[in-house]
Design a protein around this ligand. Structure first.
Ligand SMILES: [Zn+2]
Length: 495
């Protein structure tokens, strides 16, 4: 009797995620698991995919996402699934989902949330909601410190340390999340309320990760002139908390700071050589994207002006006519000085405006991508008419541009940074490799033909050359089309 599989992917070149070379092999899937890797000529599959000439790799793990609400509002999560992402880590930059109302009032305001939307009052319940309303991909969850702080202290604008009682509340919510399987805590130290926190408060948060498990992921306090101090602070917080540190979207912004990534990478190397577990993530673009309110506040407090020529509007829900336009052009149109135009935009949109800002150096992007401490994450914000293309094109852009065309890193290294490296660091121990017994999250693509079509002008385009994406054994993308399969689930730390 030949072995029977539910699905066999035949004749592909398997890159198992370890960073090793590709090998010709078939992959057999039974249920939601990889059942066999090797020559399966004698086996039959209920379904078969011919992957001749294609790479077969583990599903990509997007370690830096803001899809906490999006996975429930738009469960196909097409921006991610069509580019091979089979797991998103949500809750980054301090912005999480507990307490619920603070999350609805936060960054997620930009989404069109339907009336019958589910609610929750804790992280264990949020994880259950994800399982019950399964999206097309898996979701691992970071607890957002900023949202906890707003909830405990009565709003995001409190510029004081928390009282003992408030700190107990924050630690309690965090511990409850970590015990239910959250992968760590995140902070956003340029945003309200993260920017008002002292290092000691953040160490208290990291200690919960040290005690229960999970890492400290941080949008650090500065990515420009104060980059090195900010990286050192993050490393110290993880060290004193007794947990790994994840530097989010590692970069140096502002022309005066270009090249500083050599020094910030050296800080990471020094920490690692002392035995500390410090890694980082990156999206492969010279433009960033975030809230207009946050960058305006930071620019004003720093005494710096905003450069209206380098920043365009990604999303402005109540004045969509401004989406895609540069701030300088909007100021001209409104016949206002730049700062007044920004205030008007924020006022007209209840402060919910996202922007795209060109401020990085291409050489830095390459230096960070090449470094062994860097894994891949999108940081995508998938709403508005002109979102940053990273939400749709991060993975194909690396595979096409930085691997095939420019040779900045090898295909094997790129796949490792997208798969096993995040799985190991975020303790998603049941996936991240093409290996018998692990979850069948798989991507089939053609390394010689993959093309990223997500541009700044027209971001919402799926790549070509990536025909199949499998999540927990089910085809979510088949022959280049989304199948609407809802094969994802909440992933809990430790598998
Ligand atoms: Zn961030």
């Amino acid at each position: 009797m030949p072995a029977q599989h539910d699905l066999i992917i035949r004749n592909g070149t398997v890159y198992d995620g370890s960073g090793g070379p590709g090998m010709r092999a078939d992959v057999g899937v039974r249920g939601d698991l990889i059942a066999a890797v090797g020559d399966l000529a004698d086996a039959t599959g209920g379904e078969e995919i011919d992957a001749s000439g294609q790479a077969v790799v583990p599903g990509f793990i997007d370690v830096h996402s803001h899809d906490d609400m999006l996975v429930l509002v738009e469960p196909d999560v097409t921006g991610k699934t069509m580019q091979g992402v089979t797991t998103v880590v949500v809750g980054n930059c301090g912005s999480g989902v507990v307490p619920y109302q603070r999350a609805r009032d936060g960054l997620m305001r930009a989404l069109d949330v339907p009336d019958e939307f589910p609610t929750w009052s804790s992280y264990p319940q949020y994880l259950d909601v994800l399982d019950a309303h399964a999206p097309s991909l898996n979701v691992a969850v970071l607890v957002g410190h900023g949202t906890l702080r707003s909830g405990a202290m009565g709003g995001p604008a409190e510029q004081r340390p928390p009282s003992a009682e408030e700190l107990v509340q924050m630690r309690g919510w965090l511990a409850e999340g970590l015990e239910a399987g959250a992968v760590g805590v995140s902070t956003g130290l340029i945003y309200e309320p993260g920017r008002y926190t002292e290092t000691a408060e953040l160490i208290e948060m990291a200690k919960e990760c040290g005690r229960i498990g999970g890492l400290y992921a941080s949008h650090i306090r500065g990515e420009g002139a104060t980059l090195l101090d900010a990286v050192s602070e993050a490393i110290r917080i993880g060290e004193e908390g007794g947990c790994p540190t994840q530097i989010s979207h590692h970069k140096a912004t502002g022309e005066a700071n270009w090249g500083r990534v050599h020094e910030s990478l050296a800080l990471i190397e020094q920490a690692r050589s002392r035995g500390l577990d410090v890694l980082a993530d990156q999206y492969p673009y010279i433009a960033s994207s975030t809230g207009l309110a946050a960058i305006a506040l930071n620019a004003r407090e720093g005494g710096a002006g905003m450069d209206g020529e380098s920043i365009f509007i990604a999303s402005a829900p109540r004045t969509p006519q401004h989406e895609g336009k540069y701030l300088s052009a909007i100021a001209d149109e409104l016949d206002l000085p730049l700062d007044d135009a920004i205030d008007k935009l924020l006022g007209d949109n209840s402060r919910t405006v996202t922007i795209v800002a060109f401020g990085m150096d291409e050489a830095d992007v390459r230096t960070v991508l090449r470094h062994e401490s860097t894994m891949v994450g999108t940081d995508g914000l998938g709403w508005g008419s002109r979102p940053h293309p990273r939400h749709f094109g991060t993975y194909p852009r690396i595979l096409q541009h930085y691997v095939r065309e420019e040779g900045v890193i090898t295909l094997e290294a790129a796949i490792q940074k997208m798969t096993s490296m995040p799985a190991e660091q975020f303790r998603l121990t049941d996936r991240g490799y093409v290996q018998e017994g692990l979850a069948a999250d798989l991507v089939v693509f053609d390394p010689a033909a993959i093309v990223d079509h997500a541009t700044f002008e027209d971001p919402r385009n799926a790549p070509s050359g990536m025909p199949h994406v499998i999540v927990n054994g089910a085809a979510v993308v088949r022959d280049g089309e989304h199948t609407h399969a809802r094969a994802g689930r909440a992933l809990r730390r430790g598998g």
